[in-house]
Ligand binder design. Structure first.
Ligand code: DAH
Length: 340
């Protein structure tokens, strides 16, 4: 039995020499010292021995057990330490590595332009109204005094969805919707998307943005229109710009006009931006046609109003010197990032 004990000790030593992990070491412990382990097995066999032999072997077994426990303790300390070192190595952080740059988003130039236009009008007491992009033929044309034979109703200009619905070609239908929903005094702007059957080129896009404006109250005159839009132009393009109004035609206004601003690039001398004329066309406007006021069932003897509409892309292109409208929709970050 003494030989057996020595064998167990030697076997434990051999196995421990090879063990590299906590789990391996523990299975050596179980095999030698566990309830069904080799040492326990030997002690069980002692029953048949004489008291003398029992004492002798008991001491020898205890000595071997103590020796094995000591060896295991040392080995456990060793494998735990190397496991800890391996873990540290795995989790090592190189504080000298350069950081991973985080891409901060920027506002789209069209958003910036709409916000700027809105800010100016809000400071003059306007509020924001909204209307649907899928609109009825009634609101897009009929309610705006564009009769059945108006050229804009032609299929070539308008995306029809059904016979009675379309993608709005302008933000002007919000005028009619507002007149139906609110009583004067009315003072709103309405920024939004519009759609026209145009082939894309440097100045055309089938989807674009407008900002509509409508003011209706007692005693509103053309002077209110000119004063409001002149103030807008100076806030938007610089206090030195001058404005001029040229007669024009729109179905929903009478009289109608287009407003030009003196070129904010060259000051009016003539340059590439104003194509040598010194003036830049910015928006359409006019006094609201009585037929449109009728949509809101307003007393046209008592109430008058003015309206205006401008293209957001056109203003952004002029303001930022962008020469191709398609750049706004490409989402090329090299373009967008310039507006940070
Ligand atoms: N809706 C017109 C267009 O798309 C722009 C416009 C002109 C709007 C005159 C108006 C206005 O409200 O009074 O060309």
């Amino acid at each position: 039995m003494q030989i057996q004990l020595n064998n167990i000790l030697q076997q434990v030593k051999d196995e421990l020499a090879k063990a590299a992990t906590v789990a391996e070491t523990d299975s050596i412990r179980v095999k030698a010292l566990g309830k069904k382990g080799q040492l326990t097995e030997i002690l069980r066999g002692m029953g048949k021995l004489s008291p003398e032999e029992k004492k002798e072997l008991g001491q020898a077994a205890n000595a071997v057990r103590a020796e094995i426990e000591k060896l295991l303790e040392e080995k456990f300390a060793q494998v735990k330490e190397s496991a800890r070192k391996a873990q540290f190595k795995l989790e090592t952080i190189d504080v000298t590595e350069p950081g991973v740059p985080y891409n901060i988003g920027t506002k789209h130039p069209l958003t910036i332009t709409i916000e700027e236009i809105s800010r100016v009008f809000k400071s003059m007491g306007f509020s924001i109204a909204e209307g649907p992009e899928v609109e009825t033929v009634f609101f897009n044309f009929d309610a705006l005094n564009a009769g059945p034979n108006h050229p804009a109703r032609d299929m070539t200009d308008t995306f029809y969805i059904t016979e009675k619905t379309l993608l709005r070609t302008q933000t002007s239908p919000v005028q009619a919707r507002t007149l139906m929903a609110q009583k004067p005094p009315i003072k709103i702007i309405s920024p939004g998307r519009c759609f026209r059957c145009d082939t894309p080129d440097a100045t055309h896009s089938p989807m674009f943005h407008q900002v509509e404006g409508l003011v209706v109250d007692e005693g509103i005159t053309m002077a209110d229109l000119k004063g409001t839009l002149d103030t807008f132009a100076k806030q938007m393009f610089g206090s030195e710009v001058r404005t001029k109004f040229r007669p024009h035609h729109f179905p929903f206004t009478e009289p109608s006009a287009e407003m030009d601003v003196s070129c904010f690039k060259c000051g009016g001398k003539g340059c590439r931006v104003c194509k040598g004329s010194g003036w830049i066309e910015i928006l359409g406007c006019g006094m609201v046609h009585p037929n449109v006021l009728d949509v809101g069932k307003l007393d046209t003897e008592k109430y008058t109003g003015f309206a205006f509409g401008m293209g957001v892309e056109r203003i952004a292109m002029l303001k930022y010197g962008v020469d191709d409208i398609r750049l706004f929709y490409d989402n090329d970050m090299r373009f967008i990032n310039q507006f940070k």
